[in-house]
Ligand binder design. Structure first.
Ligand SMILES: Cc1cc2nc3c(=O)[nH]c(=O)nc-3n(C[C@H](O)[C@H](O)[C@H](O)COP(=O)(O)OP(=O)(O)OC[C@H]3O[C@@H](n4cnc5c(N)ncnc54)[C@H](O)[C@@H]3O)c2cc1C
Length: 506
């Protein structure tokens, strides 16, 4: 499948700024606005903003602009629009689909870093809300909310670096979706700056406020293509005072899905159900130097040597009272349970969570993975996983498949290492085969990480031509010159410097 043809919009050229031609006036204008300290052009300083977390996407930026207020963000966008230079919004740069860096169609863009917008307003406990700058990290917002006796319903392993703006822009999922839903459900309002510098703001915090289209919801999940989010108003949830965590080894995936069903029906305090496998735990242990979660590994007892595919569920229950008995009652009567490790103190719980949260970094340490994030119906998940274990080595050799994810949402992170970083043909072929299989199984090709640059060419597997045309029309209405994150989510069609309208959807 050829990138740039999905969605029915082809043709046109986004200005590919080489970092030389006519940039000095742009940089002078930006420096006049933000000051020299907040417009980075030295390659040593811009490098960290130009390559994504996985190392798969990289490109030169004309400059990195670091505005300190919404007004400055608006002025940066007006300057870039006047110069016809694309803009790539960036938060913590922890995104995993290449959307936060000036690669592909956005080479030569200005990276607009939101990391200076860190103000967090006081918690409104009565309304259950907090409003924060787009650059505030999730961890800082969580600490702020917890100090006020409430909590964020959004949580993910990248919490120390991922920003509220990035989390909203990607409609992030994470570990508590089972209980609280995706980020879209947590965002009560937001402020965003459009490509032409106009500011749209809906921060009333009123849960019942029905006047037309839900604009905050439109920006959530827009991956920096419709506007630059500058403030986010987050709904808060109750802060549990007791947690119990269990790492459970199971005979097979069918047993894991059955356990999930029993937990849903019998454990009202259920907070998280995460999936991983033997080989992933081994990888994290080697990467972080961790001991075995069990003194006597169940896989060693139940599987032939080398067949490292025992599934594990990391289950957490949380509430105002100790949920241990509730969790134990379900696990004790479940079938296929091979072993259980239980943690009730924060230190022990962090130890168990490290096996799950360490997967992304441990896999990246092996080399730049082919990184996919998919969802398949739970009724198909066993067949899908078995199929992948055969498919991947058949298509790519040498290749190593790594699987983990959020079982409650049937969300699997499918990573393959062993392919050369520059083998774009091989990586595309493998991606194509896997995502085609996902679609054939009735799944979604983008579960929680977004589409970004990595999966744009495959969006048509999960959205109809009519849906893609609507997405492209919305993009065109808000950003007619395609200056915001060209090449992310929708094919680049904007003509920043060349007159004439973009080619309409087919
Ligand atoms: C170890 C690890 C674990 C992770 N776990 C999860 C997980 O469980 N669930 C999950 O969903 N994701 C996960 N992620 C992915 C990532 O953390 C999320 O996508 C996160 O929401 C990105 O936030 P960020 O601030 O780093 O955004 P960035 O990476 O900077 O940007 C991501 C996208 O959002 C856009 N963007 C950023 N800020 C703004 C803004 N203010 N306005 C408009 N657009 C903006 C960018 O242009 C880009 O397209 C994980 C990543 C890592 C490294």
């Amino acid at each position: 499948m050829e990138a740039g043809t999905v969605g029915g919009i082809v043709g046109g050229t986004v200005r590919r700024n080489t970092g030389r031609h006519g940039d000095s006036r742009l940089i002078t204008d930006l420096m006049g606005l933000l000051g020299v300290a907040h417009v980075l052009v030295d390659p040593d300083l811009t490098a960290g903003y130009e390559t994504d977390w996985t190392g798969a996407f990289t490109g030169r930026a004309t400059a990195v602009a670091r505005p300190g207020s919404t007004d400055e963000v608006a002025a940066v966008l007006r300057i870039c629009a006047a110069h016809g230079v694309p803009v790539v919004p960036q938060g913590g740069n922890t995104g995993l689909v290449g959307g936060s860096v000036p690669a592909g169609a956005a080479i030569g863009a200005v990276v607009l870093s939101l990391r200076r917008l860190t103000a967090i307003e006081p918690v409104d406990a009565a309304a259950g809300l907090v409003t924060a700058g787009a650059g505030a990290t999730l961890a800082d917002v969580q600490a702020h909310a917890r100090a006020a006796g409430l909590d964020s319903g959004v949580d993910l392993a990248a919490r120390d670096s991922a920003t509220l703006g990035g989390i909203a822009a990607t409609n992030a999922g994470g570990e508590r979706v089972l209980r609280h839903g995706m980020t879209r459900g947590q965002v009560a309002g937001l402020e965003a700056v459009l490509a032409d510098g106009r500011v749209v703001r809906r921060l009333t915090g009123l849960p019942k406020d029905n006047v037309g289209y839900d604009l905050p919801a439109l920006f959530v999940g827009s991956e920096g293509t419709l506007g630059v989010i500058t403030r986010v108003q987050l709904r808060l949830v109750g802060l549990p005072s007791a947690r119990t965590t269990a790492l459970i080894a199971l005979a097979d995936i069918t047993s894991a899905v059955e356990l999930l069903a029993r937990l849903r029906t019998a454990a009202g305090s259920l907070d998280a159900v995460e999936l991983m496998f033997d080989d992933g735990i081994d990888l994290v242990r080697a990467h972080q130097g961790l001991p075995s979660p069990f003194p006597d590994r169940p896989a060693d007892r139940s599987r032939p040597s080398g067949a490292h595919n025992t599934p594990y569920l990391l289950v957490e229950c949380a509430g105002r009272t100790d949920p241990s008995d509730e969790l134990a009652a379900v696990v004790e009567t479940a079938t296929g349970v091979l072993d259980v490790a239980v943690a009730t103190t924060p230190t022990e719980q962090a130890r168990l969570w490290a096996y799950r949260e360490g997967h992304t970094a441990a896999v990246n340490a092996l080399g730049v993975p082919v990184k996919l994030d998919v969802a398949v119906p739970l009724s198909r998940i066993t067949a899908f996983i078995d199929g992948l274990r055969e498919l991947v080595p058949a298509v790519a050799r040498p290749a190593r498949l790594h699987l983990w994810g959020h079982l409650a949402e049937a969300n699997l992170h499918v990573n393959v290492t062993g392919l050369d970083r520059d083998d774009s043909r091989g990586r595309e072929k493998l991606t194509d085969v896997i995502l085609t299989r996902v679609a054939a199984d009735g799944g979604g090709i983008g579960a929680e990480h977004g589409v970004g640059r990595a999966k744009m060419a495959w969006a048509g597997l999960s959205r109809s031509p009519a849906e893609l045309a609507v997405i492209a029309a919305v993009k065109h209405a808000l950003d007619p010159a395609c200056l915001l994150n060209p090449g992310v989510l929708v094919p680049p069609y904007g003509i920043a410097l060349t007159p004439g309208p973009p080619v309409p959807p087919a």
